[in-house]
Design a protein. Sequence first.
Length: 235
Amino acid sequence: MVKTYEPIEATTKKITISRQASDWYLSCSYEFRSHTTPKKTDVVGVDLGVKTLATLSDGKVFESVRSYHKFEAKLSREQYLNRHKEVGSANWKKAQRKIARLHRKVANIRHDALHKLTTYLAKNHGSVVIEDLNVKGMLANHKLAKSIADQGFYEFRRQLKYKCQWYGSKLVVVDRFFPSSKTCCRCGHVQDMPLNLRTYNCPDCGLSILLRFKRQYKFKKCGRLDRECLCMNAC
């Protein structure tokens, strides 16, 4: 029998005891009944990035927490100081626990930011439109791999998928080859966009807009067309 400080207001199906960085944790699995929440916005487009975690089509920006970047120097120093300790000694074990606690802190900060973002999206929007990112291919870029991994793009999509089912939202995934960065969100003109350009200037209609916001307008339009059972390529 397991005693808890706070009462568990559910019938537990399974209890898992785990250990992380010398601390013990109790995980309770129980049956969750999904419920639809009132939606403030019909459709929203979400663009994930490195400088900002997410940019929404309504102009709301979620800043990146960059948890690993903040603790990278401290982790490096702790691992450097541990290099000459005898493996298995008391000092080596103490240093390993200290390093493990730092890694746990980095992961907890990242998961907290992702949970807050995905919960906000699923609870307050009828349809959430995201891009089918090739995360594995993006990690092959050795210059950006560390920053991309620090964002947790795969974990974001995993959380958003089941939370949309919980709160009665619809998740729309735009094809990764859809030219959202090259297409004007007003007139549909398509032009090449090098990575160093962050502002889209359309020569046909004269639209000038930041690239991160333009992508969201296209995603939002794709979400509306998908809801109307039209072809995704029509947007």
